[in-house]
Design a protein around this ligand. Structure first.
Ligand code: ATP
Ligand code: MG
Length: 417
């Protein structure tokens, strides 16, 4: 059979826990294989992130054989099995029943490996591996497409995207990450389905966007989102001007391989109002932390453009924020717009290096109690005075509590002569 061929490499040690599960399920009489992304990555010579197990055993049979397990998606035939501190997905071979609104199958039915391959999304994701015989089992032409370097839907593309609209984004993610083009019929189906993306649950969209933009190939993903006509449907009312799309592409291309998701979102939303960003973040179900960080980055995106301009206190206040490292990366990307990018980068870095870490957020020399003792009642003036003194402390104009108290007396005299 030409759809079975040897894996041309040894299995990495990371495959051992999943292989152990395969061995045990086979010993109990159930056909069991590794499936999906791990087979693809092994054939590409890459190290898979996780090894998924696919088996003829039913979820209750899997649960009975292993401890501990978790029933995450038992209705979809998926059981998690814990091995060496990691949860491994063990999924029963299944066909997906009719789909409801292109979201979730109404029911799934246990089946054999071949039919399980046919319900998967793209040919390169549809192969199995027998880790004991070290043989790949390919019912969908995945090997040929891996060699041709192309993303192709398994089966009839229109029908496959009709079943699950999330596959529109998955195609983009894999095309970007693998650096493969999307095969023409698959691409045409994606383009004609683009508006259906609006019907996908926001959490699923957000998860795909996170995976897409956390990957170093994020600029390519952005290009594919545009090519596929998906940009208007990322969230309700998403509108883009050509110049914005181009600008985002440029900035994403300048980020280092590792960049937080909030930074990429800040680049996407750079010229929207805070109200719009807040609404989009909520529509996309970003966490509060993700939303706040994104909004902070957009609010402060130009603050370091002139590295000599911020005062010491202003710089320290930025440095004290959790997203400062991301702001620093964004700033470096913005500098590349200018002929003197190097000068700016060196200038900023020299300033940052000159600031001792323990002076970034020091304990204030003067506190509310000091003001109360001097008869200042809590209120706007109270906060103003504390802020002004703390700014001078950050600026290192005030260097001790005595100096701070002297400055306080002077301030109070000024206010109440
Ligand atoms: P990654 O390394 O990014 O996790 P992966 O290929 O493992 O890539 P997953 O999202 O973890 O991708 O899914 C595992 C496998 O399950 C896929 O390779 C594919 O065969 C199948 N699959 C996942 N989601 C879908 C879907 N929406 N439609 C069809 N098949 C899917
Ligand atoms: Mg995976």
């Amino acid at each position: 059979m030409d759809n079975v061929f040897p894996l041309p490499r040894d299995l990495p040690a990371a495959a051992e826990p999943a292989t152990e599960i395969v061995r045990q399920l086979r010993a109990a009489g159930h056909q069991t294989l590794l499936a999906g992304g791990c087979v693809r990555d092994l054939l590409l010579g890459q190290t898979p992130e996780d090894f998924d197990v696919a088996t003829a055993a039913l979820p209750e049979q899997v649960s009975a054989l292993f401890r501990p397990t978790r029933q995450v998606g038992a209705q979809f035939g998926v059981v998690l099995v814990k091995r060496r501190r990691r949860w491994i997905e063990v999924a029963t071979f299944r066909t997906d029943g009719p789909y409801l609104d292109g979201r979730r199958p109404v029911q799934v039915t246990p089946t054999d490996a071949r039919h399980d391959a046919l319900r998967r999304d793209f040919t390169v994701n549809g192969m199995f591996l027998d880790p004991l015989a070290r043989q790949v089992i390919d019912y969908v032409g995945g090997r040929a497409d891996l060699e041709a370097r192309v993303i192709r839907a398994i089966g009839e593309p229109v029908a496959r995207f009709d079943e699950d609209y999330l596959r529109l984004l998955r195609a983009v993610r894999f095309a970007a990450r693998l650096g493969f083009p999307i095969e023409p019929a698959t691409l045409a189906a994606i383009r004609s389905h683009a508006p259906t993306l609006a019907q996908v649950a926001a959490e699923r969209v957000r998860e795909e966007l996170e995976r897409m933009f956390l990957h170093p190939a994020r600029q390519r993903a952005w290009g594919w989102l545009g090519d596929c006509g998906l940009l208007p449907y990322l969230w309700p009312g998403a509108g883009w001007q050509a110049a914005q799309i181009q600008r985002i592409d440029t900035l994403l291309g300048r980020l280092p391989a590792e960049a937080p998701f909030e930074l990429t979102m800040a680049i996407l939303l750079a010229d929207r109002t805070p109200d719009d960003i807040e609404r989009i973040a909520r529509d996309l179900t970003l966490s509060n932390e993700q939303r706040e960080m994104t909004m902070w980055l957009v609010a402060h995106q130009v603050d370091l453009d002139e590295p000599a301009r911020p005062s010491l206190a202003e710089l320290k206040r930025l440095m004290a924020q959790p997203a400062f490292a991301a702001l620093h990366r964004l700033t470096a990307a913005r500098y590349e717009d200018r002929p003197d990018a190097d000068v700016r980068r060196n200038g900023l870095d020299a300033r940052l290096r000159s600031i001792a870490p323990d002076t970034v957020q020091p304990e204030p020399f003067v506190r509310g109690d000091d003001l109360l003792q001097r008869g200042v009642a809590p209120g706007p003036a109270y906060k103003e005075i504390l802020d002004a003194l703390y700014t001078r402390q950050l600026d290192e104009v005030i260097r001790s509590r005595d100096e701070a108290l002297a400055a306080l007396e002077a301030l109070l005299k000024e206010r109440n002569p």
